[in-house]
Design a protein around this ligand. Structure first.
Ligand SMILES: Cc1ncc(COP(=O)(O)O)c(C=O)c1O
Length: 388
């Protein structure tokens, strides 16, 4: 019988705050036949609360299955170490979150995996690099952090599959509300569930979603790597997912309005948001995104470079100067001293992170109050810039 229909069943998923579970004949059989991957017997492998959260994210992504991890980086490193062997080749977008870039540029090569980086938006570059030699994994962010380059997922899928490669997409910035990479041809999706999926800036979590077979392989790796999620954290993510749709719709609408407003400001050199006519990937956005929607992040470049960007962040009253994104409170950060601080200025410039770039993660505050605050802070820092 459906547990939801049984008398006195809890409406809300309980937290199974237990490391271990009673063993029976079925658990022993599963351990012998299946590495214990299907039975619930130890929380590092399976836990009912963690599994319920994975199942809900699988539903949102249109995936057969999903497995939760301790963080977004836990998901990405688990996936890559599961898929790659020494001698394999990986082709990745050069526009990646800073620690993802570290994994690909520094750690995978140490293990004998060759990694080539290409400009995410240049399908010709992907094709040329993929055709050079066999490739195991093609990897990109659906919307890159922080340049908001939109990956042409159907185009990448066609190229990856022609080379026999797996297409893995980090869907953290876009979220499954904006696009579902699996429905566009990707084979596997990873997330920092820390961001929009949890949305309350109080949990670090990750997820890998895809076919049952690949998710099972990843679960086997998690069992050995220990990159599992704690049941209480999983409960918080599941609770947040109940409001995911309404939160992100409001965040996306406010972000689009703020992007339009920033584009009118003479203090702002460039605004990046997929809803703008000026967006470099406008043709891809028209093909892949619902009209008028472009995600909850706006990146922009202020006149006056990184120094002005740093002062602007301090001058704001509503957005908090903090790293991370996707939460109900608006956050602002500068890649140069947060997500991409490990990169030299020239390396940042090469991947489109210009001096003065800021990343605004739009929360649930009144958009008019955010605009008023941005206007005041831009004016205040412009005066200070003139004085110095
Ligand atoms: C696009 C993207 N992927 C992955 C991560 C890593 O996620 P976590 O901090 O949950 O490990 C981040 C973190 O900011 C990110 O922005």
């Amino acid at each position: 019988m459906d547990p939801k229909r049984s008398r006195s069943a809890p409406l809300v998923q309980p937290i199974y705050q237990s490391t271990t579970f009673v063993l029976d004949d079925e658990s022993y059989a599963d351990l012998l036949e299946n590495d214990g991957l299907d039975a619930v017997w130890y929380t590092r492998v399976r836990n009912p609360t963690v599994d319920a959260t994975g199942a809900e994210i699988a539903r949102l992504e249109g995936a057969d299955a999903a497995v939760m991890t301790s963080s977004g980086m836990g998901a990405i490193s688990t996936l890559m170490l599961t898929l790659c062997r020494a001698g394999d080749r990986v082709v990745a977008a050069r526009e990646l979150y800073g620690d993802s870039y570290e994994l690909f540029a520094r750690y995978l090569p140490r293990l004998g995996v060759e990694v080539d980086f290409v400009a995410a938006a240049e399908l010709d570059q992907w094709q040329e690099t993929l055709e050079r030699a066999p490739v195991r994994v093609v990897y990109a962010e659906a919307l890159s952090n922080p340049q908001l380059v939109l990956a042409d997922i159907p185009g990448l899928a066609a190229l990856a599959h022609a080379s026999g490669a797996v297409l893995a997409i980090d869907n953290t910035f876009a979220s499954p509300r904006l696009l579902q990479p699996l429905s566009l041809g990707a084979d596997v999706v990873v997330h920092s569930a820390t961001k929009f999926l949890n949305g309350h800036s109080d949990v670090v979590a990750g997820v890998i979603a895809g076919s049952s077979a690949l998710v099972k392989e990843c679960r086997r790796s998690i069992m050995t790597f220990g990159s599992c999620l704690d049941p209480h954290a999983a409960y918080l993510v599941l609770r947040s997912l109940k409001t995911f749709g309404v939160r992100i719709d409001r965040q996306m609408a406010s972000a689009a309005a703020i992007a339009r407003w920033l584009e009118e400001s003479p203090e702002v050199v460039r605004v990046i948001h997929p809803t703008l006519d000026s967006y470099a990937g406008a043709d891809v956005a028209r093909r892949l995104l619902p009209p008028g929607e472009g995600g909850g992040i706006v990146s922009f470049v202020v006149a006056g470079g990184d120094e002005r960007a740093a002062r602007l962040m301090r001058a704001l009253e509503l957005p908090t100067e903090a790293t991370s994104l996707g939460g109900v409170e608006t956050l602002i950060s500068a890649p140069f001293n947060s997500s991409h601080y490990l990169m030299a200025a020239e390396e940042r410039a090469a991947i489109g992170i210009e001096p003065g770039m800021l990343r605004l993660s739009v929360g649930l505050e009144e958009p008019s109050e955010l605009l008023a605050d941005l206007g005041r802070a831009l004016a205040k820092t412009a005066t200070a810039a003139a004085r110095h």
